[in-house]
Design a protein around this ligand. Structure first.
Ligand SMILES: [Zn+2]
Length: 228
């Protein structure tokens, strides 16, 4: 594994390798001479460090946009999952928000091909929060519709339909949905448990999209044969 295709350094350092405290490069196993670096405490020669640095994925606008597209897709799946689960079982289980956080975080991680960072984390947390909180809207609509059809289907049919500003109604519902995790605190125990689980889901999303950094320390100088 030599990126440069040169074998010269090996011959040059082979004779006095035993005298060099830095030892061998943890990556290419060749004896280290001159400047070297450390990654997780292991000595890495200058050539390998350069190669590793070049391989670290760089944050870019394209990566972030891809992560957002994947994240929105993940949030939509999470939203659908949450609603489907609640409608199928009749239960609103906060634990689904863990799955939503996982799906959103994972999707963004795949979308960016592993690139993370603060803006990815903020986006992942917002998408997870929106997916979970907005799921309260279709669930509430379904519940109230079931309620209506049971008790007052005849009366409702007779009443003239009030003119409704659809856009305004949707905006209101969205606002109520976004506030729903807080509004749930009207029932303190249930609301608090929901918030704690939601927070755990948000943490999933946050951790998945964290920056993956490689800590390279150095350069250090390996003692030459003459100095020791
Ligand atoms: Zn090396």
């Amino acid at each position: 594994m030599n990126a440069n295709g040169t074998q010269t350094p090996q011959f040059a350092t082979a004779e006095y390798a035993a005298n060099i405290p830095a030892g061998n490069c943890a990556t290419c196993k060749k004896p280290i001479s001159g400047a070297y670096f450390k990654i997780k405490g292991a000595p890495i020669c200058a050539a390998c460090t350069e190669r590793i640095r070049a391989q670290i994925p760089r944050d870019s606008h394209g990566a972030f946009v891809r992560a957002l597209v994947f994240g929105i897709g993940g949030a939509s799946i999470g939203f659908a999952l949450y609603v489907a689960f609640a409608l199928a079982t009749g239960l609103i289980i906060g634990y689904v928000s863990l799955a939503v956080g996982y799906i959103v975080g994972k999707a963004m991680h795949v979308g960016s091909r592993g690139i993370g960072g603060r803006r990815y984390q903020v986006a992942a947390v917002l998408l997870t929060y929106f997916a979970v909180s907005l799921s309260a809207v279709p669930i509430a609509i379904d519940q109230s519709r079931a309620h209506h059809t049971q008790e007052q289907s005849a009366a409702a049919a007779m009443q003239p339909v009030a003119p409704v500003n659809v856009g305004k109604a949707i905006a209101m519902l969205a606002l109520v949905g976004i506030a729903s995790p807080i509004l749930d605190l009207q029932d303190p125990v249930h609301g608090l448990i929901g918030l704690v689980i939601l927070f755990a889901g948000l943490r999933f999303a946050w951790q998945f999209t964290a920056a993956r950094t490689v800590n390279i320390s150095g350069p250090y100088t390996a003692a030459s044969a003459g100095a020791t």
